[in-house]
Design a protein around this ligand. Structure first.
Ligand SMILES: Cc1cc2nc3c(=O)[nH]c(=O)nc-3n(C[C@H](O)[C@H](O)[C@H](O)COP(=O)(O)OP(=O)(O)OC[C@H]3O[C@@H](n4cnc5c(N)ncnc54)[C@H](O)[C@@H]3O)c2cc1C
Length: 437
């Protein structure tokens, strides 16, 4: 039983599925994957999907197509009782608080990933949005373009200023790539809005620490901050969001202003379901794993990825960082250790030295630090694209992503906002109200 069909869940299932053809006998094991979504999201491509360089459907891998020899159930796992080898879940379609089902298992893989870590900042939960899912990426794209529509359709300077102010809190991968890609797209879109220039927009990155993009190291992080500033993006380090009530942003340096957009990417925490289970949890809410990716002190339960605390045997840090690089490799080791357990062979520990990172900062812009090789601008952007293309699951998705990029060479970027997608029944309801006439 694999709970969560993201990086760890999908790659573990994929590996077990392959083993079913080689090492394992057909029917020897049944692999079930439960996830509320029917697809795995390739998160590093979300900024490009938000910017309209990639079709959002192409940055997800459909679980049923990829995992043909596994059972896929759509549902939200609500509880794990490993003592009773049983879990509870709310199947797709059941309402919050609706009836829950139980499922028994022999072996369990806990791969629920992480959720956004929200701080108790007034107004944040009401006005902010995260950047972890494809739904959020689609929403943000439509929302940003809709802000340009609002600014172009109003004379009131306060309304225009608010619509054209975009605030991103958190300078990690997600925040930096999201602000860079969306600013690039919005600047491009301004060409089609006669009353708005790129300089009318205000893009603000707020980061509590004294650096951004720690994943690429201090030197390249500093370079990234300068590169964003040259584009007119305000990078506010050692600054915190204090309040966002009614979209009025208050920063720790005392500045106050209105913003139509507030994106929160200031950290993640392990999925809350693991905290409510009977699994051993550390002070950050992560499941305690051994280097062999088995849950400490328990039999038949494995874990990896963002929801797990995995010892880092490569001497880089005490525990492995929550990123895709580790998640994919841990999934393979985890699946191999399950097969080793089934065959009575010794398990192997997970060892991987972090090789560095690549980040896209908009069309033809990027930053990379891989195996100590530091790249900036177009070469880094090219490396970002080729690296992630090679990692994208399935040949089908690789081809679709390549086709999107190729088409973008010949056509200008699509700038239509489908903000009305959030209210698909409006037209029909109007027709209903007008029936009497
Ligand atoms: C915008 C963005 C860009 C990123 N870029 C990079 C990058 O360039 N390089 C890099 O190394 N890392 C990057 N990361 C981080 C990387 O994506 C994560 O570390 C990785 O996804 C972790 O894998 P995981 O399997 O632990 O979790 P996930 O991939 O998040 O999978 C968790 C799964 O659990 C499912 N789930 C949630 N709740 C339940 C439930 N109750 N029941 C059942 N299933 C549930 C979810 O639907 C999801 O499918 C990025 C992250 C983001 C958000």
């Amino acid at each position: 039983m694999i709970i969560g069909g993201g990086y760890v869940g999908m790659y573990t299932a994929l590996r077990l599925q392959r083993k079913l053809r080689s090492e394992l006998k057909r029917g020897e094991i049944v692999v079930t994957v439960i996830d509320p979504q029917s697809y795995m999201t390739y998160q590093p491509f979300l900024p490009e999907a938000a910017a309209g360089n990639l079709e959002p459907r192409h940055v997800v891998a459909p679980l049923r197509k990829v995992l043909r020899r596994c059972r896929v159930r759509n549902g939200y796992v609500t509880g794990i009782d490993h003592g009773g080898k049983c879990l509870t879940y709310r199947p797709a379609g059941a309402k919050d608080g609706g009836p829950e089902l139980e499922m028994r298992y022999d072996r369990l893989v806990v791969a629920l990933g992480s959720i956004s870590r929200l701080l108790p900042i007034p107004g944040l939960a009401e006005c902010g949005i995260g950047f972890k899912t494809v739904e959020e990426a689609i929403y943000l794209r439509n929302h940003v373009l809709h802000q340009l529509d609002i600014a172009a359709s109003n004379e009131d300077p306060d309304i225009r200023r608010k619509a054209l102010t975009f605030v991103f809190v958190g300078g990690g991968f997600a925040g930096v790539e999201a602000i860079a890609e969306l600013e690039d797209m919005a600047r491009d879109a301004c060409k089609w809005y006669p009353g708005i220039t790129g300089d009318d927009m205000r893009w603000v990155m707020v980061e509590a620490a004294d650096r951004i993009l720690p994943e690429v190291g201090p030197e390249m992080g500093q370079w990234t901050a300068e590169a964003l500033r040259k584009r007119g993006i305000e990078v506010r380090m050692e600054t915190m969001l204090k309040s966002a009530e009614h979209r009025r942003i208050v920063l720790s340096d005392g500045e106050e202003f209105e913003a139509g957009t507030l994106v929160w990417t200031a950290g993640v925490k392990a999925h809350p379901v693991v905290r409510q289970s009977d699994l051993p949890i550390d002070d950050k809410g992560r499941v305690k794993a051994t280097a062999e990716l088995v849950v400490e002190g328990l039999d038949g339960v494995y874990t990896a990825g963002d929801n797990a605390r995995v010892p880092d045997l490569s001497d880089t840090g005490e525990f492995t960082a929550p990123n895709a690089q580790h998640a994919v490799r841990q999934a393979k080791r985890l699946a191999d250790n399950i097969v080793a357990d089934l065959r009575g062979r010794p398990r192997k520990p997970y060892v991987h030295s972090y090789v560095g990172s690549v980040a896209g900062l908009g069309l033809h812009k990027g930053v990379a630090n891989v195996y100590g090789l530091k790249l900036r601008g177009v070469p880094a952007w090219f490396m970002h694209r080729t690296y992630h293309l090679s990692r994208m699951p399935t040949a089908n998705r690789k081809m679709r992503v390549t086709a999107d990029w190729t088409l973008a060479l010949f056509f200008r970027r699509e700038i239509v906002s489908l903000a009305e997608l959030e209210r698909p029944r409006e037209e029909f309801e109007l027709a209903g109200r007008d029936q009497a006439v």
